[in-house]
Design a protein around this ligand. Sequence first.
Ligand code: SF4
Ligand code: SF4
Length: 215
Amino acid sequence: MPDPPGSKRRMVQVSDAKDSGAGPAVSVDSAAPGSGAGMQAASDTQAAEAVEETEYEEQVEDEDEEEEDDEEDDEEEEAISPEALADLCGKCKGLCCRYYTVMLDEPDDADDFDELRWFLAHQDCYLYIDEGEWHLNVIANCRFLAPSGQCLIYEHRPEVCRDFGHEEECEWTGAVEFERAFRTIPELEAYAKEVLPPKELADLPLFPEGWRGPV
Ligand code: SF4
Ligand code: SF4
């Protein structure tokens, strides 16, 4: 599970304080065992520490809240309003309704890569990596997309269609970028050569160097 916002920063600050030697002026250990002065010093120290800790926690909470507010503001700024989206969709004629994607496990051996080669042997199938996740991209018009670009089942469209373009920018805006994309088997094999150990690579029936056949 990812760390909650601010938790890493809090840990760094606590260890920084320890490293700098900052701390109570009178420690329990430095007072005579059982002496009232020692007990008072310990109790004063504990009280001072408790106040410092409370103030510190309040400061961290305030910072975390500010951070969350900033994130919400950013999300609101990035979201496309339904009206703006309707205007965009009317112009683009359903670009996002002409393919679908399926998330895949990251390949880590020859068998995995061979399966991906098989996907790429098919027309209109591509692979891409986005934020570390592998996806199969299949170019296929939705059967409910009218030639005009309208959705014929708009009121009953799946959730994924409802969310698209609201929570993230859509491809018509030109904002979609991938870490890496593979359109052909040789492109994927070039990547496999980068990441697979020689023993695994030897198990792949790789295309010959300079392959000139259909890809
Ligand atoms: S690609 Fe964007 S503009 Fe085009 S139909 Fe999809 S959400 Fe609308
Ligand atoms: S159901 Fe409608 S919105 Fe969803 S992909 Fe098909 S045409 Fe597009």
